[in-house]
Structures are given as structure tokens and as C-alpha cells.
Design a protein. Structure first.
Ligand SMILES: Cc1cc2nc3c(=O)[nH]c(=O)nc-3n(C[C@H](O)[C@H](O)[C@H](O)COP(=O)(O)OP(=O)(O)OC[C@H]3O[C@@H](n4cnc5c(N)ncnc54)[C@H](O)[C@@H]3O)c2cc1C
Length: 457
């Protein structure tokens, strides 16, 4: 039995960060196991390939729109093999060093091996036993599909097929209009497929502020994506080479491929958590304390494995939290007050903190500021006028509670509000600051000033 001070399950962003940081201390014997590819979902099937595809989609869309700017481009063609080859190249470039950087800091890496617990301090790694004083579960998630009759028989894609399809479909139906569904809708539509985006709830990007949902739905529809919110799928069937999606009310959507993007749950299947005594709640999420410890104090869960806030940057934050406890005896509590979320379609959708409705629900005396990009001179110059900035502030203190931006570069702009929230700054102070002309950031200033109030004493 090989024994480790810390053994990490999962070599995605979260597990890799933990392994590297712990290895760097030079004081601990660290093991890392990955059954598929180092870099995990984000690098191989998630963030990286989708953002690379969105760039290709943006280029072709821009070329088609060039005429609006007085530039005529004839014969625009998408070379599908080249588009996906470029994406594979980017993914490869980010992971080509493999286990070497970890091994350099002394981490023992088990690649292509699956881990499962056999006891609280013991795991089986492809049949080999390893001992561990501490364990970090960073196994990520797997996609889930709703119980739609006929779905399994008809067959469907998840993000794994969608980032590297066997062949490009002429049409695509997407079930689920969360960030993943929305990004793929724009990728496939702009690259030339007819796309229908189906959402069971009453709007796209349901967790976002409803004004953001409305703005992005309008932009997606304007470029030819059919958005069906409140859609009830009754059944799905294969019809020759394509799939038929039957909606309540009788409408049938026929599409070459069907992509299901309705949510993800922690990938605990292979791990045999009961053997370690780790408790899982009824939703399949691990029961965790405010320092990410499971019900077994020497076992932590971090990143997507927690089942909440499925973002690479949250995984990185949580890695640091766990590493601090194990290597530096610091015991910070986790705090998710300021977590930015970005959907990288064009225009981007970004948010941080509370929506207006959530702030009211929490009992805040809310003050809202808004600025629409249609009134921003830079937006008009650029010809990109979709969207708005919405700031939610606490009327009593003047502090920012949340920010919501739909627009060009919203994923970058939101960080003005991120920084302001981090320091618990006042909307007035930031809104009074001089912002460059002509920038989209002037709309952030405008929204901040509109939300500004003199604090009551
Ligand atoms: C299409 C898509 C787009 C996304 N875009 C973004 C984005 O733009 N920005 C963003 O912040 N987030 C994005 N995400 C989310 C992001 O990918 C995740 O938050 C991130 O990958 C979480 O990292 P992780 O290390 O916690 O889990 P993962 O990346 O899932 O890594 C877990 C690893 O553990 C391995 N594993 C699991 N069980 C075992 C076992 N028993 N033994 C051995 N190995 C095991 C898996 O093979 C996997 O490699 C996207 C996700 C998807 C699906």
C-alpha cells in the first residue's frame, strides 16, 4: 500500500490546483488520480473549447454583418474541419505538458486510473490500494437529462459531443437555456445550423435577472435562433437520421441533432462514498461544513463536486481554501458573496451578487440604477447596442448588492462591480469617478449614479 499525506481524486482545474499548491510546499506526500484527461471538464469539454468556438462564431457573424459597416465580403464559407481543428489545438496547447508540472513538484500522478473508497483512509486506484491521511474529492460533475419519454432511445448529445461533433448538423434542437445551452445555440446557429432553443422555465438564463434574460433573448432571436421558453416536451423520437421533439400543444420540432444541457450533478458513481462514510443529501450533493469538510473531517470536497456554483473560478477559490487548511493551518470560512458569472455569448451576459428580486426577498431596501447601451455613444459607434447595465444597491447604506450586465464585453465590465462589492464600496463613490469617453464603462457609471443615494443616518 502506497501511503499519502493528501490524496486528490480528480485532475480537473480544482484537483490540479490543490495538487500543485500542496506539492509546492515540499512538505507533503501528495497523490493525484485522473481517470480521463488532466484539465477536466473545463479544459477538454467546457470553458476552453466553447470559448474557442464562440470566437469562430463571432468571426463569421461579423463577416456576414460587415456590409452594415460598408464592407462587402463575398463567398463567406465555414471550413468545419478547420474550425474544430483549431479548437483541438487550443485545448491541446493548454494540456500538452501532461503530468510533468505536477511531477516536478513531487506529486505522484495516476493517469487513466479510477479511484474508489474502500475505507475512510483507503482507496482503490484501478485495483491498487493507496492509503491517505487526508482526501480531497474534486471529481466534478456529470450531465443529467430530464425524464422525457423516448429521449434515451432517440439518443442525444451532451457538451462532450457538441464541442467536437462527428459531423456538423444542418439543424440542432437544444434542451435547456442555461449558460451552456445559450452558448451552444449561438455557436451552432452562427456556424450555419438552424437552432431551436427550448427552455421549460419562462425565460432563458433563468437564474439571471429577468431584464438580462429579456435582453439576451431579444439578441438571440434577432440573429435567427428560435427561442421557445415555457416549452413542455412531451416526448422525443428518432426519425431516420434526425430527432423529433414533440411539444405540448402539438408543435413538432425536427432537428438533425439534439443537445441536452439541463444540468449537472456530482460524479460520485465510481467513488463509493459510503465506504468512507461520506454523507450525501437527497439531491446527490455532499453534506459540507463552512470549510468544505464532508461529514468525515479528513475528507474535503471542492469545485464542481460540491454540486453548487459550477464555475472554474469557484473551484480555484475552493482549492485555495482547502490548501490553506491542510498546508498552512489557516481556517477561512467559505464566502460566496462576490462570485461573478458570465455567459460568453455575444452580447455577453454577466452578473455578480443579488438580483433585484433576491435582494428584496432578503429584506433589503433596494435602489436600482439602469443604463441601456442603446444610449451609450460607444455602443452606437460600434453598432452593438443590445443590452443594459443594472445595479442593485442597498438604499440604507449605499452599498452595491448586485450587478447585471448584458452587452459587448460584459464579462470584463462586470469586474468594476466585482471590485466595488469586494471592498463594500458605495455606489456614489464609484459613480462619481471619472470614466473614459467613449467607453461602455460609462454605462456602468451611469447605472451606479442612478442607484446612488445619500446614506440615511
Ligand atoms: C460546456 C461547458 C462550458 C463551461 N464553461 C465555463 C466557463 O466559461 N467558465 C467557467 O468558470 N466554468 C465553465 N464551465 C464549468 C467548468 O467546466 C467547471 O466548473 C470546472 O470544470 C470544474 O472543475 P473541477 O475540477 O471541479 O471538475 P472537473 O473539471 O469536472 O474535473 C473533475 C475530474 O475528475 C475526474 N474524476 C471523476 N471521478 C473520478 C474517479 N473516481 N477517479 C479518477 N478521476 C475521476 C474526471 O474525469 C474529471 O477530469 C463549463 C462547463 C461546461 C460543461
Amino acid at each position: 500500500v502506497e501511503r499519502f499525506d493528501v490524496f486528490i481524486v480528480g485532475g480537473g482545474g480544482t484537483g490540479s490546483e490543490c495538487a500543485f499548491r500542496l506539492g509546492e510546499t515540499g512538505r507533503l506526500k501528495v497523490g493525484l488520480v485522473e481517470r480521463d484527461k488532466l484539465g477536466g471538464e473545463c479544459n477538454n469539454y467546457g470553458c476552453v473549447p466553447t470559448k474557442a468556438l464562440l470566437k469562430a462564431a463571432k468571426i463569421v457573424h461579423g463577416a456576414r454583418r460587415a456590409e452594415e459597416y460598408g464592407i462587402r465580403i463575398r463567398g463567406i464559407e465555414v471550413d468545419y474541419p478547420k474550425v474544430f481543428e483549431r479548437v483541438r489545438g487550443i485545448v491541446w496547447g493548454m494540456s500538452k505538458e501532461g503530468a510533468a508540472p505536477f511531477e516536478k513538484v513531487g506529486v505522484r500522478v495516476f493517469l487513466g486510473a479510477e479511484a474508489s473508497f474502500v475505507g475512510p483512509h483507503e482507496l482503490s486506484v484501478n485495483g491498487e490500494r493507496v492509503g491517505a491521511r487526508k482526501v480531497i474529492v474534486a471529481c466534478g460533475t456529470k450531465p443529467t437529462a430530464p425524464p422525457i419519454p423516448g429521449l434515451d432511445e432517440a439518443g442525444y448529445w451532451t457538451n462532450v459531443q457538441a464541442v467536437d461533433p462527428p459531423r456538423f448538423p444542418t439543424s440542432l434542437a437544444i434542451v435547456g437555456a442555461g449558460p451552456i445551452g445559450v452558448e451552444f445555440a449561438q455557436i451552432y446557429s452562427r456556424l450555419g445550423a438552424r437552432v431551436t432553443l427550448l427552455e421549460a422555465l419562462d425565460r432563458v438564463l433563468p437564474p439571471e435577472d429577468p431584464e438580462s434574460s429579456a435582453a439576451i433573448a431579444q439578441a438571440l432571436e434577432a440573429e435567427g435562433i428560435e427561442v421557445l421558453a415555457g416549452a413542455r416536451i412531451e416526448r422525443v423520437e428518432a426519425a431516420g437520421e434526425s430527432r423529433r421533439v414533440h411539444l405540448r400543444g402539438g408543435r413538432v420540432i425536427e432537428a438533425g441533432e439534439l443537445l441536452v444541457a439541463t444540468g449537472r450533478v456530482p460524479a460520485f458513481d465510481a467513488l463509493n462514498l459510503p465506504a468512507a462514510g461520506v454523507e450525501v443529501d437527497e439531491k446527490g450533493k455532499p453534506v459540507l461544513d463552512d470549510r468544505l469538510r464532508t461529514s468525515i473531517p479528513h475528507i474535503w470536497a471542492a469545485g464542481d463536486a460540491t454540486g453548487d456554483l459550477l464555475f472554474t473560478h469557484v473551484g480555484t477559490y475552493e482549492s485555495q481554501l482547502v490548501v490553506d487548511q491542510i498546508a498552512h493551518r489557516r481556517r477561512p470560512r467559505r464566502d460566496y458573496r462576490v462570485v461573478p458569472k458570465v455567459t460568453y455569448c455575444e452580447p455577453e451576459v454577466a452578473s455578480v451578487g443579488l438580483t433585484e428580486a433576491a435582494a428584496r426577498q432578503e429584506g433589503f431596501d433596494v435602489r436600482v440604477g439602469r443604463a441601456h447601451f442603446a444610449g451609450n455613444e460607444r455602443s452606437v459607434i460600434e453598432g452593438e447596442t443590445y443590452g443594459l447595465v443594472k445595479v442593485v444597491a442597498d438604499a440604507r447604506t449605499g452599498e452595491v448588492l448586485g450587478g447585471h450586465i448584458v452587452g459587448e464585453g460584459a464579462g470584463e465590465l462586470i469586474h468594476e462591480i466585482v471590485a466595488l462589492m469586494a471592498v463594500r464600496g458605495r455606489v456614489r463613490a464609484a459613480g462619481d469617478a471619472i470614466h473614459s469617453y467613449p467607453t461602455l464603462a460609462e454605462s456602468v457609471k451611469g447605472a451606479l449614479l442612478q442607484a446612488a443615494v445619500e446614506p440615511r443616518r
